[in-house]
Design a protein around this ligand. Structure first.
Ligand code: 13P
Length: 255
């Protein structure tokens, strides 16, 4: 089985390259003893080039989006190949903050296939805006997964990580609520069933992680009881100390 994975999504932060280097440097320093946890940081793409030059064999870099064409007349876009060539190895796709601004499953599906061809490992985000009493959010997650993974070849699926991020639990959501490890575990079981119906036994090679206001206080609970193979961390990844704490908690829980 693959190692557990802790991914930091910096979103559109920090404001300067200097701060980005400082934050990254803080994490590099803190994780020198980590052996059994995979660590990925996804900064804004503009910082990737500089951060790939920081010497560390503990942290991999990822992007927060990638377009589905390789190159050409696509003003403002960045392709998976470009990201790979600069040193990124992962890419977050289908994040709820992009979905909220119009990104649909069909587009995400094209990006997943293109990113895989470019050699990147996609981190596919799925999650419901809210939970209703009729539990229709399960259907929404099923549709997100089926449409986003449509036509993806079975021999590549182990490269894909599914990040379950209930939007109602994300730190910046208005009137947010805490999700529990139980909420996570129940959904992970459901997602595993969808994946195994679609891809058979190979689906067990896919990692499923949780994201939504994870911090150094609840990370252990999600890792122990949330049924997940890792965490996708937003706000807490902007604080090197907190992020390193979460990584160390994961490391200790994998022993
Ligand atoms: P927070 O950890 O800030 O809630 O962000 C979660 C997230 O959206 C990570 O992709």
């Amino acid at each position: 089985m693959s190692k557990k994975i802790i991914i930091g999504n910096w979103k559109m932060n920090p404001l300067t390259l200097k701060e980005a280097e400082k934050l990254f440097g803080g994490v590099v320093k803190g994780v020198s003893i980590i052996k059994n946890t995979e660590i990925v940081i996804c900064p804004p793409s503009i910082y990737l080039d500089k951060l790939t030059k920081v010497r560390t064999n503990k942290i991999k870099l990822g992007a927060q989006n990638a377009f589905f064409e390789q190159s050409g007349a696509f003003t403002g876009r960045i392709s998976g190949e470009m990201l790979y060539n600069i040193g990124a190895r992962y890419v977050i796709l289908g994040h709820s903050e992009r979905r909220a601004r119009g990104e649909g499953n069909n587009n995400i599906n094209k990006k997943i296939k293109a990113s895989l061809s470019a050699g990147l490992r996609p981190i596919l985000c799925v999650g419901e805006d809210m939970r209703d009493e009729s539990h229709s959010y399960f259907n929404l997650i099923k549709t997100q997964i089926e449409e986003c993974l449509f036509g993806v070849s079975r021999n590549l699926i182990s490269k894909i990580i599914i990040a379950y991020e209930p939007v109602w639990a994300i730190s910046t959501t208005l009137n947010r609520k805490d999700a529990t490890a139980n909420d996570s575990r129940e959904m992970v079981i459901f997602i595993r069933k969808i994946l195994s119906d679609k891809f058979g036994a190979d689906a067990s090679k896919m990692r499923i992680i949780y994201g939504g206001s994870v911090n150094e206080k609840d990370a252990l609970e999600f890792l122990k009881n949330g049924g997940v193979d890792g965490l996708l961390v937003g706000r807490a990844s902007l604080n090197a100390e907190k992020f390193v704490d979460i990584i160390k908690i994961c490391e200790a829980s994998s022993k």
